[in-house]
Every structure is written in structure tokens, then in C-alpha cells.
Design a protein around this ligand. Structure first.
Ligand code: SAM
Ligand code: SF4
Length: 476
């Protein structure tokens, strides 16, 4: 399965230029189509999965706009539909298949609609074969290394050429592809791609290739552009950001990069996602403690509270090491919000192992915990382990974990009640449009009755009430 080709680290400039010229050719093609004389052709992107996929979808959107498409929120009115899939758990794959099936009906009504499927799911060989052989209404499939080739794929679909499948797993960095972000004030910024860790349950290294970091100058330039165009909350993305820079030869590590970004003029907050506990350095904790612009929030996935399970997971740390990082963090950054990921019912997890996870959760007192029932992924070592846990046991353990996690989340949010936090007005409330959702350093949303014009600005918010997953507040 691991057939990744990694000749050079970057896609050649000439290839990027070739793709950008295909984009302009698509635009010319569309502008000569009488169907679009009154209104521009429309694109729709369905994104599943993590922040990295969201960042990839922003690049797909950037290319769509370059090709002359405008966004629509309604897939039924789109001329081109993208599904950016996720493969991290079975549930995500089932959802992607269901969306693709839904879009078939749109294409049945209008056969000129183009459907493109990308992302982690189609980067798995068994899935790309299935798309080739049994989903004929998909025009093209592109793996996570082929996003920059979308203009070529779209042009060939418009010209009525054969279906195309770009699944070579050529995982090089493609600089110079435009991104389109729906709002200017919050932004994902990918600083590295791929992963070298091969946790035994995880599909990511197989579908996103080996770890590769962008040049610090490219990251800084993108950060400056984002800040100049109004970004107030930037999240640096990578599967293991603490490994940043190991392959650049620049001598700039992740903590250095964060500090360099903090030196950029502007009123903004910096976040990052994700740190691996084995590499969580004192240097990074010091940067968080000292730099005002770095949000005091650390997402540090632990996955299990049992050393035996961590070993089977190939995580390369034990609970003593994990707790030493947590203790340093709490001591150096007094009001830090700590969040984590946990996998329940990994193969061979005994009741005793699981209880160790519960004890760890009680001890650390995470602000938020993302818990997942283990999902076997074809091609990963854990999927072949003989001691898989029965579904009833997984579900029961998951429910027990939630019973412990939720009161802790409420307790953590309650510490803010009565205090005033500097928070960014991010978006209109989803449940009550008279409310605006703010976010302070803690990742929990704060619901505030406020004017829509505040969106994109920081304000001091007094927290009036804590709930399990959110808080309420008022403008001071
Ligand atoms: N790179 C990050 C790290 O190491 O923490 C996480 C990336 S992954 C997209 C996000 C989370 O999905 C992981 O932390 C893990 O808890 C969960 N996950 C990954 N593979 C899984 C699997 N096969 N079954 C269930 N959860 C899984
Ligand atoms: Fe997956 Fe482990 Fe890499 Fe995270 S560090 S992406 S869990 S292999």
C-alpha cells in the first residue's frame, strides 16, 4: 500500500504554470457557453474530515474561482461538484459514498454536471479501483497530491474526454495555488503535509505521504498576506507540527516559526494543530508562555491512558512522558486550555487498560476531548490484529467515557464565569441569528447577543454562563 513516490519535494514551477494556464482555458471555454451568458457557472464543494481537508477545499475553491466558477450553497444548482473525502474512520467513508450517491441524481437531471472526487478516501488503492470500476458517473478522481491538477481535469471533462483517475500518490508540495477562504478573519495555514509516525491504527501516512515542511519564507509570506487581508485568527496546520522544519535544512523549528509569525505586525491570534506528545518540546511550551499572540490552547492527543495500548499503537511515549508535558504546560502557561483525542476499544484493550484511560481523563481534566471508537482501516497494522473488540463493548466504553468527560468540560468552562476574556467575533449564531459566536483562547464557542458588524473584530466578553460545550457572555 505504501507506494508513495517522492522524487523531489516541490512540484516544478513550470507544472504549476501549466495548470494555471489550463484554468484560464477553462474560463474561456465557460465564457463562450451561452448557458452562462447571464450568470456565472457554479461550483459546490462537500468537505468531510479534518482541518487539513478544509484547507485543501480552500485550494479547490481557489482554483474553481480562477476557472470562472462562482460558489453555490446548493449542490442542485452547481455545474461542478467536488467531494473532498476523509478516510480516518469508516463512518466518514460511508458519508462520502452517500453524498456521491446523492449527487448522481443531480447529474441524472443534467448530464453536463461534472463530479470530481478527491481526498484521503480515494487515495487508498482499494477505493480508487472501486471508483474506476463501479461509479461511472464520477468524471474524475484525484488523490491528495493532485489538487493542483484540477484545471487539467476540469478542462478534459468539459472537452468530453475520457474519465480521469489521478492516483499516482505523487505527494510533492505545490506552491502557488490560490486558496479561497470564505471569511477573511479566520484562516487555516498549512505549514507541512504528511506524517512519518505510522501509528498502527492510522491511515494518514498512507494517504498523505511522508512528512514534508514548507519553506519558512513561504509560510511567513502567506501569513503576512493573510494578516494584511484581515486575518485575526490563524491556525497553523500539520499532522505533527512539532516536527516542522526537520526536512527544510533551514534550522527553523516549529517554535522558531511561531515566534517569527508573532513578529508580523497586526492584531491577530495564532493557533496550531496538532502536536504529537513524543515531540512536544519545552521550547514550544516556552514560546506559548511568552508570546502574547499565541492562543493559550494546546491540543495534545493522548489516544489511551494505558502504556501497553500506547505501545501497540506505536505512539512512542508512555503516560509518564505525557503527564510530564501536561505538568510543564500547566506550570508555564497558567490558564492554558488543554484538549485531546482518545481512541476507545483499540484491539486488545482490556477493561483495566480502559480504566487507565478514565483515570487519566480525571487527572488531566481536559477542556474538551474528541473521543472515537476504534475503526479498522485496511492496510494499517492494527486492522490485522487478532484481538479486535466487540461492538457492544466499544459502545459501552465510549458511553462511560462520555459520562466522565462531559462534567469535566462543564467544570473547565465554569472557571471562566465572571471573568472577562478577549474574544474574536467569528460568525452569526447557528441556533439564534441574533447571537454572534465569539471565541477566546479556549476552543469553546461563546454565544453573545451582539451586532453582526462585530464579526471579524476582537472584543472583551464577560462570561455569564457555562455549558458543557459552550459558554454565554456579554460585551463589556
Ligand atoms: N496527527 C494527529 C495526531 O497524531 O494526534 C491526529 C490526526 S487524526 C486526523 C485525528 C484523530 O483521529 C487521531 O488523533 C485519532 O484519535 C483519530 N483516529 C485516527 N485513526 C483512527 C482510527 N482508525 N479509528 C478511530 N480513530 C482514529
Ligand atoms: Fe495518524 Fe499518528 Fe500521524 Fe497522527 S501522528 S496522523 S495519528 S499516524
Amino acid at each position: 500500500m505504501d507506494s508513495c513516490i517522492q522524487n523531489e519535494k516541490y512540484v516544478e514551477d513550470a507544472e504549476i504554470e501549466r495548470q494555471l494556464s489550463f484554468a484560464l482555458e477553462v474560463k474561456r471555454h465557460l465564457s463562450s457557453d451561452s448557458r452562462f451568458s447571464d450568470s456565472a457557472p457554479k461550483y459546490y464543494i462537500q468537505t468531510l474530515g479534518c482541518q487539513q481537508n478544509e484547507a485543501d477545499s480552500e485550494r479547490i475553491a481557489g482554483l474553481c474561482r480562477l476557472m470562472g466558477y462562482e460558489e453555490t450553497e446548493d449542490p442542485a444548482s452547481a455545474n461542478i461538484i467536488f467531494v473532498n473525502t476523509c478516510a480516518i474512520r469508516e463512518h466518514a467513508e460511508i458519508r462520502a459514498i452517500s453524498f456521491i450517491g446523492e449527487y448522481k441524481h443531480i447529474k441524472d437531471n443534467d448530464p453536463s454536471v461534472i463530479i470530481g472526487v478527491g481526498g484521503c478516501m480515494v487515495t487508498q488503492d482499494h477505493r480508487s479501483d472501486k471508483f474506476k470500476n463501479s461509479i461511472p458517473y464520477v468524471n474524475f478522481v484525484f488523490d491528495t497530491g493532485s489538487i493542483h491538477k484540477i484545471p487539467e481535469l476540469v478542462l478534459s471533462s468539459l472537452q468530453g474526454q475520457k474519465r480521469k483517475f489521478l492516483t499516482e500518490k505523487d505527494f510533492r508540495i505545490a506552491e502557488g495555488i490560490p486558496s479561497y477562504r470564505k471569511n477573511a478573519h479566520t484562516a487555516w495555514l498549512s505549514i507541512m503535509y504528511g506524517c512519518n509516525n505510522f501509528c498502527s491504527y492510522c491511515i494518514v501516512p498512507y494517504v498523505r505521504g511522508r512528512e514534508r515542511s514548507r519553506r519558512s519564507a513561504d509560510v511567513i509570506e502567506e501569513a503576512k498576506k493573510l494578516i494584511d487581508s484581515g486575518a485575526k485568527d490563524i491556525t497553523l496546520l500539520g499532522q505533527n507540527v512539532n516536527s516542522y522544519g526537520k526536512d527544510t535544512g533551514e534550522g527553523v523549528d516549529f517554535a522558531d516559526l511561531m515566534r517569527m509569525i508573532c513578529r508580523i505586525d497586526g492584531n491577530f491570534r495564532l493557533r496550531f494543530m496538532t502536536s504529537h506528545p513524543k515531540d512536544a518540546s519545552d521550547k514550544l511550551i516556552e514560546a506559548m508562555a511568552e508570546e502574547e499572540k499565541i492562543a493559550k490552547h494546546f491540543h495534545l492527543p493522548v489516544q489511551s491512558g494505558s502504556d501497553a495500548i500506547l505501545k501497540k499503537m506505536n505512539r512512542h511515549y508512555d503516560i509518564e512522558k505525557y503527564m510530564s508535558v501536561i505538568e510543564k504546560l500547566k506550570a508555564s502557561v497558567p490558564d492554558v486550555s488543554i484538549t485531546s483525542d482518545i481512541i476507545v476499544a483499540f484491539p486488545g484493550e482490556t477493561e483495566e487498560d480502559f480504566e487507565k484511560t478514565l483515570s487519566l481523563v480525571e487527572e488531566v481534566r481536559f477542556d474538551a476531548l474528541f473521543s472515537f471508537i476504534y475503526s479498522p482501516r485496511i492496510g494499517t497494522p492494527a486492522a490485522d490484529m487478532s484481538d479486535q473488540i466487540p461492538k457492544e463493548v466499544s459502545r459501552e466504553r465510549f458511553a462511560r467515557l462520555m459520562d466522565i468527560v462531559n462534567p469535566i468540560s462543564l467544570e473547565r468552562n465554569t472557571r471562566f464565569v465572571g471573568r472577562t476574556l478577549r474574544a474574536l467575533a467569528e460568525e452569526q449564531g447557528k441556533n439564534d441569528p441574533r447571537q454572534i459566536t465569539f471565541r477566546a483562547d479556549s476552543p469553546r464557542p461563546i454565544h453573545v447577543y451582539a451586532d453582526k458588524n462585530m464579526i471579524g473584530n476582537f472584543a472583551d466578553i464577560k462570561i455569564t454562563k457555562a455549558e458543557t460545550f459552550s459558554m454565554n457572555g456579554e460585551i463589556v
